[in-house]
Design a protein around this ligand. Sequence first.
Ligand code: AHR
Length: 325
Amino acid sequence: MYIVKRLRLFALLVAAVLLTGCTKAAEEANDPELLLGFSQVGSESAWRIGNTKDIENSAAQYGVSLMFENANQSQENQIAAIRRFIAYKVDVIAFSPIVEDGWDNVLMEAKEAGIPVVLVDRTIETEKEDLTACLIGADFYNEGVMAAEYLIRKADSLGLDHVNIVEITGTENSTPMLQRQAGFADTIADDERMHILESIDGDFLKSRGAECMRYLLETYGDDIDVVYSHNDEMTLGALPEIEKTDMIPGRDIIIISIDGGQEAIDVLKEGKINCVVECTPNLGSELMETALKLKEGEPVDAVIHPTEQVFSDEMDVSTIGPRGY
Ligand code: AHR
């Protein structure tokens, strides 16, 4: 009888401990350390899809509860998403602005609500102070510089004395478009061999890359020596158009791309792209660490740029490992 009583008491104690544990786990699930609202630009490229995946995986890894909204390439949708995050009283807002202008009003609302805002991937243009806490994203200007430096080396090695370039740019007025264009233009400015025949808006889309390339080939034909394309998606759209002519990309036309996704790297290995400047989409862990600091009121770096590299026919391309996006 005594033993039965002791066993009952032991069972009750075990149940109590388990119950307390469960309640605590349930409390933590309902009340995560951080609620982060993130508005993504869209799904226009392998880069963007990789970036979304990385942010979702990092949120899970850091125990951050993520409210994710895809704006499907619309600034209006992004503004509406940010307003929903404010109404929901998230701890931190993050977003990748599709274009640089037009954010002042909604960011003032976030500021008035006391919610810190992190810019991811792209920046904004504003006269107002302290609308955002920081920027986590690539140094797009330097990507343009690295693309141009490759071209100058390539022209030297081929002994070219006149180089006609066509540029297929990303979404008009977006940070990567503006800065990749400026970095490239500034770097070739003093090289008299370099001539930009035309810059044309490809909106970071594969279909637009194909359309732009069709137009450029119709207009300039085999005068084109170089295609400088602001992302892999547009490059991959442009290549089949060149292949429809009697020119071979990578041999008759120098192809320079930006991003470094798996598909473009495979094509670089086939020799149809000459150079790919890396732009990493893996910004998730920096974002989670920064958001956690902001929630605690800790200081954060104003600008965080990941380190990036150049993949090109100047190297042994067989050594490039899987890209993951
Ligand atoms: O903002 C980063 C750019 O946006 C990437 O280069 C491009 O692929 C994406 O759509």
